[in-house]
Design a protein. Structure first.
Lengths: 715, 442
C-alpha cells in the first residue's frame, strides 16, 4: 500500500535535516560555553566536552549513523547536561552523565524522537538525587571560592548587571544571561526556534514570582531560568507541537519552576519543572490541538475546552497552595464539628496556643471570646485518649468530652462514664495542680482514668501558661545586625498585643528592604511572634528584622521584665534563706522601684566558692533586676539560697503592703504580721508564704505555692 | 504603476525555490500537431464521456468525438484533423489507465466551423452556459471540474465575487504568467462572462508578486474594464489552493468540507477563463492547452500550446529532449503536487499544467528518518493540521483517530513533507490514510 503513493509529491525537499537542527543549537550554545570557561576556568571546558563526547560515544552501539559525531543529537544532549553541571564536580561525573543521557534518557525510551523526557534533564535529575553534595557545590567565578548561588543568597547578594553578565556562582553555562540570549537570537534569526515556549516559560515564571511576592526580574535572571527557557524547555522531541499546547506548556513550566523553588528543597527548580511538563506534552498536544482551517464550530468547542481546563488547573493549584500553606487544621480525630457542637454559639475558633498536638482555642462569637476550648491527647493503652475541655472565660471547666479512645471496652472505656467525667466540672485553672488528688479514679481502670486526669491537668496548664505569657503593655526596642548595619526597631504593645512597629534606624538596600519591612510588619501584627517567614530576595534583612523583633518581644515578656518582678515600694528589706551551709541573711535596698543594693548580712558558705557565688548572684540580680539569674556552677545551693533570700526579703515587703490594704486581717494574717511562726517557715519556703498571704484561701494553696517555689528555684 | 496592497493567507505556507526564471520570459510557442493523439474520455471529475465516433471515421479538429453523460461530465473534442483508429488504454499518472480515442493525423487540416462574430455585448446567461458546456470546458488548473456546472450555482446561493486564480504557486510553472501577459483580453472577457453567468458584481484577478510584470500590465489594462480588480498576493506556497486564495483575497474561510460557494465565491483558473471567452464568443472547443515544459534536465524549457492527447514523449521531444548524460525524473504537474511518471506515452490532458524534468540530484528521495517532533510540519500547514500526528495515527492503523485530527482536511499541498528535516513522506502517508479510510467507510 505504501508504494502506491510513491509517485506522488512533493518531489523536492528542503535542505533542512536533523543535523542542521541539532548543530545549529550547538552553535548557539558556544557563547554560553565561552562565558562559562572564562568565569570558571579550563576545567569547566573539560567537564562540558567530557559530557558531550561521552554521550556521543555511548550512543555508538545504538545507531547506524557513521558520522564521527553522529547526527548531533547526542552531542547536543551531552552538551546541555555539561553546561548545567556545577564547575567543581569530579572528572568522572560528566562521563556518567553522558551515559545517563543517551542510554537511560534516550535509547531506553526508543531512541531519537521516542523519548518522553528531555535526556539531559533525566541525567541531571539522576545526578542531583544520587550525588546531592556534588551537584549543589558552587564556587564564585574567577576566584573559585566556595559559596552559594544567588537563589540561595537572596536578591540582595548580586546586582542585576552581575546576573546578566554572569560573573556569579552557578552552573557552568547557566549564569551568563547575555551569552544565552545571543545564542537565542542566532537560533531565532536562523528560524530554528519558535518563541512561544521561551516567552511563555518566562511569563509563567514572572507570573508565579508575582503571585509569591518575589522580585520578577531576579527570578528571570537567576537559577538557570533563561537557559531552561531557551534550550531545555524547547527540546523538540519532548515539547508539544500545537500552538496553544506550546503556550500552556511554557506557562506551566515557568510556574512550576518558581513553585518548586519556593516549596521544595531544590532551589533551581527547572529540572523537575521541565521533566513534569515533558510528561504533559502529549496530553497538551491532544487537549489543545489547533483548530483546523474552516472549523469555526471546532474553534468554539476548543475555546470552551481550553477555559475549562485552565479553570480546573487554577482551582487545583489554589486548593493545593492552601493545603501547603496550612498544616492539617487539627490533630488526631479532632474536627471542626467537635468544636462547633461544644460551643454552638461560636462563629470562630481561633488557635491561641499550640504545643505539639495540644491546642488551646478561643471560641468567639462576634469577636468576643465566649469560651476556651482545650484539646489534649495523651497515650492510653492502645491509642491516644483525646480529650476536649470546654472552659468558661474565668477558667472553670464547664464540660469535658472524650473525643476518641481505644481502651479495653469493659474497663478502660469507663472513662467515658458521666460519673467519672462530671468530677472535672467546676475545676478551675487554679486547681490544676491538685486535680490528681481530688479525683476519684476508676477502680480496675486506674491507668486509663489517670491518663484522663493528666490530660485535664495538662490542658489547664496550657491555659495558665497562655495567660501568663501575654505581653506587657509598653514600647520596647530591639536591634540586630543587618546586611549593612544595625536595624533598630520599636514595638508598641497594647492590651497584651503588638499593635505597632516602627523602624528607628537601618541602612539596608532601600528598594529591597522597604517592601520586606512592610511584609514583615504585616506578618508580625498577624502572628504576634518573631517567628516570621523570610521575605524572598531579602533573606538576611528579614532574619535581622526577626532577631530585633525577638529582642523587643523578650523585653515585653513578663518573665524578663523587671517591673513585673519588683513592684515594690522603696525601702530596705531583710530576708533570709537556706544556703549550702546554713542560712544566708541579707538586706535589699529598693529605690525608685529598683533594687539598687544588696548587702549580705551573714552567710556561712564555702570560702572562695560559695561566698563568691553569693556575690556573683547578688550582682546579677541587681544588673538584671530579676530573680531569674544563672546559678554559679559548682555552687548551686549558694546561688539558689541567695536568690531565695532576696525573694524572701521582697516578699516580706509585699506582705507588709498587703497587710496595709487588709484592714480586717485574719488570724493567720496577724500571726504572719507578728512574724512568729512564719519567720522560720518563710526562710525555708519563702514563696509559700507569699502565696498564702495573697490568696488567703484554703490549704490547697499551700501546695500550689510549694510547686511554684520549686519551680522558682529550679529556674 | 506601483503594487498597492499585497495580501496573504494568515497561517502556514512556505517559501519555495521558484525556478520560474527558466520559462517566465518565454513567449507561448505553438506545437505542431503530432502524428497521432490519444484523447482520454475521462479528463474531468464526474462520469466519463461516451464516444460518438466509430473506428475509421474521419474527424475534423474541434469536432465532438464523445458526448457528456449525466449532470457532471464534459464533452471531448478531437484536437487534430484525422482518422479514428480505435480505443486504446494509456497509463494515467499515479495509478490506473485512461481509455483514449486514438486519432491518426491526416493532412487535410479540416477544422470545425468557428463563429466569426465580433465581441460585443455579453450574451444571455443561458447562452453562456450552453456554449461553455458544448465546448467541453473544465477546470484547466488541474482539478478538472466541469465548468458549466460551476457556472450554474445552486438555487438560493448568491455569488458576489468571482476570483481568477493567477497565483501559480508551484515552482517551475509559468503557464498562467504567460497567459496573463499574452491573453489578458480573453481573460478579462472570460471573467465578465463568468460574472454574468453566476450573477456576481465583483471580479478579481489575484496574482502573486513574483509576477510583477503581469500585475503591472493588468492593472493598466484593467482600467478599461470597470468591475475587474487586480489583487497582488505575497509569494507563498500554496496561495493557489482555492480556499487559501479566498482567505487571502477576501478573508473568508470556507467551512470544513464545503465548497467556495458556501462563502459566495466562485474561483476559476486563468486558462479556464480564457477558454470560456473563446467558447462563448467563437464557439471554439477545448482542443489544446498551454503548459510549461521545464526543469534543469530539459534542453529548452518552454511554454507550449499542445493539442490535447499529444504524448508527453512528443512534448519533451518538441522541447529539445533531456540534456545529455543527465539522470532525471519526469513530473507531470508541479514538483509539489505533481506525479512522478515512468511511461512517456501518457497523453497531455486538459488539466495538465506542466511537465518538469527534475535532475536526480534535485529529486527528493532521502532516507526516511525518525520524527524529532520539531513541529515544522504544523508551522507550515495552511490547514493548521499537525501532519506528524495524523501520520502517526495512519501508520499505526488508527484511521478514526487520524480523522479526528484532520486526515480528511488535508489539501495535500506537500508543504509539510517538503520542510520535514527527517524527510518523512507525510503527504504520501496521508494519501494512503485517506484511501484506507474511504475503503473502511464504504
Amino acid at each position: 500500500m505504501a508504494n502506491l503513493f510513491r509517485s506522488s509529491g512533493p518531489h523536492i525537499e528542503s535542505p533542512e535535516t536533523i543535523e542542521t537542527n541539532m548543530w545549529s543549537v550547538v552553535i548557539a550554545l558556544i557563547p554560553a560555553l565561552i562565558a562559562g570557561v572564562y568565569f570558571f576556568g579550563l576545567y569547566a571546558l573539560y567537564l562540558v566536552l567530557a559530557s558531550a563526547l561521552s554521550a556521543v560515544v555511548f550512543e555508538k552501539p545504538f545507531v547506524k549513523n557513521t558520522a564521527a559525531l553522529g547526527d548531533g543529537s547526542a552531542f547536543l544532549a551531552g552538551l546541555l547536561l555539561g553546561l548545567t553541571l556545577p564547575p567543581t564536580v569530579p572528572w568522572w561525573l560528566p562521563i556518567l552523565g553522558g551515559f545517563l543521557t543517551v542510554v537511560i534518557g534516550k535509547h531506553l525510551f526508543g531512541g531519537l524522537g521516542s523519548n518522553i523526557f528531555n535526556p539531559a534533564l533525566v541525567a541531571r535529575a539522576i545526578l542531583l538525587l544520587s550525588y546531592p553534595a556534588l551537584m549543589i557545590e558552587w564556587v564564585s567565578p574567577l576566584d573559585g571560592v566556595s559559596t552559594a548561588t544567588p537563589l540561595q543568597l537572596g536578591t540582595d547578594a548580586f546586582s542585576y548587571s552581575e546576573l546578566i553578565i554572569g560573573n556569579i556562582p552557578g552552573s557552568i553555562g547557566e549564569t551568563s544571561v547575555i551569552a544565552l540570549l545571543i545564542g537565542g537570537v542566532y537560533l531565532y534569526l536562523r528560524d530554528y526556534i519558535d518563541l512561544k515556549i521561551p516567552l511563555s516559560f518566562t511569563a509563567g515564571a514572572v507570573g508565579a514570582a508575582l503571585i509569591f511576592g518575589q522580585d520578577p526580574v531576579f527570578t528571570i535572571l537567576s537559577g538557570g531560568l533563561i537557559f531552561a527557557a531557551i534550550y531545555m524547555a524547547t527540546d523538540m522531541v519532548t515539547s508539544p507541537v500545537a500552538k496553544w499546547a506550546k503556550i500552556i506548556y511554557g506557562l506551566l513550566g515557568g510556574f512550576l519552576t518558581i513553585f518548586i523553588r519556593r516549596y521544595t528543597p531544590y532551589p533551581e527548580g527547572v529540572t523537575f519543572a521541565i521533566l513534569i511538563i515533558n510528561g504533559a506534552s502529549y496530553f497538551l498536544d491532544n487537549a489543545f490541538e489547533t483548530a483546523h482551517f474552516g472549523e469555526v464550530e471546532f474553534v468554539r468547542k476548543k475555546v470552551a475546552h481550553f477555559s475549562a481546563v485552565i479553570t480546573a488547573a487554577v482551582l487545583i493549584l489554589l486548593v493545593g497552595m492552601t493545603l501547603i500553606d496550612e498544616e492539617a487544621p487539627y490533630p488526631g480525630n479532632l474536627s471542626y464539628s467537635h468544636l462547633n457542637q461544644s460551643v454552638p454559639a461560636a462563629d470562630d475558633f481561633e488557635i491561641i496556643e499550640r504545643d505539639e498536638d495540644d491546642i488551646l482555642f478561643a471560641a468567639r462569637a462576634e469577636a468576643e471570646t465566649i469560651k476556651d476550648l482545650i484539646y489534649i491527647s495523651r497515650n492510653g493503652f492502645e491509642a491516644p485518649i483525646e480529650v476536649l475541655l470546654i472552659l468558661e472565660p474565668d477558667g472553670n471547666i464547664e464540660n469535658i468530652k472524650i473525643i476518641n479512645q481505644s481502651e479495653s471496652p469493659t474497663l478502660g472505656a469507663r472513662i467515658k462514664d458521666q460519673d467519672f467525667l462530671n468530677q472535672f466540672r467546676e475545676f478551675t485553672t487554679a486547681d490544676a495542680e491538685q486535680i490528681m488528688a481530688e479525683t476519684d479514679l476508676i477502680s480496675g481502670a486506674t491507668y486509663s482514668s489517670q491518663t484522663v486526669v493528666r490530660a485535664v491537668q495538662a490542658g489547664l496548664r496550657l491555659l495558665i501558661a497562655e495567660q501568663e505569657t501575654g505581653l506587657q503593655d509598653g514600647v520596647y526596642q530591639g536591634q540586630a545586625e543587618g546586611v549593612q548595619g544595625d536595624i533598630v526597631l520599636e514595638i508598641t504593645v497594647e492590651n497584651g498585643d503588638i499593635v505597632d512597629l516602627e523602624i528607628l534606624a537601618e541602612q539596608e538596600t532601600e528598594h529591597l528592604a522597604q517592601p520586606a519591612y512592610e511584609e514583615l510588619e504585616e506578618q508580625l501584627l498577624a502572628e504576634q511572634s518573631a517567628d516570621l517567614d523570610t521575605v524572598a530576595g531579602a533573606t538576611y534583612t528579614s532574619e535581622a528584622f526577626m532577631e530585633a523583633v525577638e529582642e523587643a518581644i523578650a523585653k515585653a515578656s513578663p518573665d524578663s521584665d523587671s517591673e513585673s518582678d519588683f513592684e515594690i515600694e522603696d525601702g530596705v528589706y531583710q530576708g533570709s534563706a537556706e544556703g549550702h551551709a546554713g542560712p544566708i541573711e541579707l538586706e535589699v535596698v529598693v529605690e525608685a522601684g529598683e533594687i539598687t543594693e544588696i548587702e549580705v548580712l551573714s552567710e556561712n558558705e564555702t570560702p572562695n566558692l560559695g561566698d563568691d557565688a553569693v556575690e556573683a548572684t547578688k550582682t546579677a540580680i541587681i544588673e538584671n533586676q530579676s530573680l531569674e539569674v544563672d546559678t554559679v556552677s559548682g555552687a548551686t545551693n549558694s546561688s539558689v539560697g541567695t536568690v531565695n533570700a532576696v525573694e524572701n526579703a521582697l516578699d516580706s515587703e509585699a506582705e507588709a503592703a498587703s497587710d496595709q490594704s487588709q484592714t480586717e486581717a485574719s488570724d493567720a494574717d496577724s500571726a504572719a504580721e507578728n512574724g512568729e511562726e512564719t519567720d522560720t517557715d518563710s526562710s525555708a519556703t519563702p514563696a509559700e508564704e507569699s502565696e498564702e498571704e495573697s490568696t488567703a484561701d484554703s490549704d490547697l494553696e499551700t501546695e500550689i505555692a510549694e510547686d511554684t517555689a520549686e519551680g522558682g528555684s529550679n529556674g | 504603476m506601483a503594487i498597492k496592497e499585497v495580501k496573504k493567507f494568515p497561517i502556514g505556507g512556505i517559501q519555495l525555490p521558484e525556478k520560474k526564471g527558466l520559462t517566465s520570459d518565454q513567449a507561448i510557442k505553438v506545437m505542431p500537431e503530432p502524428a497521432e493523439v490519444a484523447i482520454p474520455l475521462s479528463q474531468h471529475i464526474g462520469a466519463p464521456a461516451e464516444p460518438i465516433v466509430k473506428v475509421g471515421d474521419r474527424v475534423k479538429k474541434g469536432e465532438c468525438i464523445a458526448e457528456l453523460q449525466g449532470k457532471i461530465s464534459a464533452r471531448i473534442h478531437s484536437s487534430i484533423s484525422g482518422i479514428v483508429e480505435g480505443i486504446v488504454e494509456r497509463k494515467k499518472p499515479g495509478q490506473g489507465t485512461y481509455s483514449c480515442i486514438l486519432i491518426k493525423k491526416d493532412d487535410l487540416e479540416l477544422k470545425a466551423e468557428a463563429q466569426k462574430s465580433a465581441r460585443g455585448a455579453l450574451p444571455e446567461i443561458e447562452t453562456i452556459r450552453k456554449r461553455v458546456k458544448a465546448a467541453g470546458v473544465i477546470g484547466m488548473g488541474g482539478a478538472g471540474f466541469p465548468t458549466h456546472v460551476k457556472l450554474e450555482p445552486p438555487a438560493g446561493i448568491k455569488i458576489d465575487t468571482v476570483i481568477i486564480n493567477g497565483a501559480e504557486c508551484e515552482p517551475f510553472l509559468t503557464v498562467d504568467h504567460r497567459l496573463l501577459l499574452e491573453e489578458y483580453l480573453d481573460l478579462f472577457r472570460g471573467l465578465e462572462l463568468i460574472k454574468k453567468a453566476v450573477g456576481a458584481e465583483k471580479g478579481i484577478v489575484a496574482i502573486e508578486v513574483n509576477k510583477k510584470d503581469a500585475i503591472e500590465k493588468l492593472q493598466q489594462k484593467a482600467a478599461d474594464w470597470p468591475g475587474i480588480e487586480i489583487q497582488a498576493l505575497d509569494t507563498r506556497y500554496p496561495h493557489g489552493a482555492e480556499k487559501h486564495l479566498i482567505k487571502a483575497v477576501l478573508n473568508r474561510e470556507v467551512p470544513k468540507g464545503e465548497l467556495p460557494i458556501a462563502v459566495n465565491v466562485v474561483v476559476n483558473n486563468v486558462q479556464t477563463a480564457v477558454k470560456i471567452a473563446r467558447a462563448v464568443d467563437f464557439e471554439e472547443a477545448v482542443t489544446d492547452r498551454v503548459l510549461t515544459v521545464s526543469g534543469e534536465a530539459l534542453t529548452t524549457p518552454s511554454n507550449v500550446k499542445v493539442p490535447i492527447g499529444t504524448s508527453i514523449k512528443d512534448v519533451i521531444k518538441f522541447c529539445g529532449g533531456p540534456k545529455d548524460q543527465q539522470d532525471y525524473q519526469i513530473i507531470v504537474g508541479g514538483p509539489m503536487t505533481g506525479i512522478n511518471i515512468d511511461d512517456e506515452s501518457m497523453p497531455v490532458v486538459k488539466g495538465t499544467s506542466g511537465i518538469v524534468l527534475i535532475t536526480a540530484a534535485e529529486y527528493a528521495d532521502s532516507e526516511t528518518r525518525a520524527c524529532i517532533r520539531c513541529g515544522k510540519c504544523s508551522e507550515v500547514c495552511p490547514m493548521y493540521l499537525a501532519s506528524n500526528r495524523i501520520c502517526a495515527f495512519v501508520n499505526n492503523g488508527l484511521l478514526e483517530r487520524a480523522d479526528d485530527v484532520g486526515l480528511k482536511d488535508c489539501i495535500e499541498c506537500g508543504a509539510c513533507a517538503y520542510i520535514c528535516p527527517s524527510k518523512r513522506p507525510l503527504v504520501r502517508w496521508i494519501k494512503r490514510g485517506k484511501a484506507e479510510l474511504r475503503a473502511v467507510e464504504k
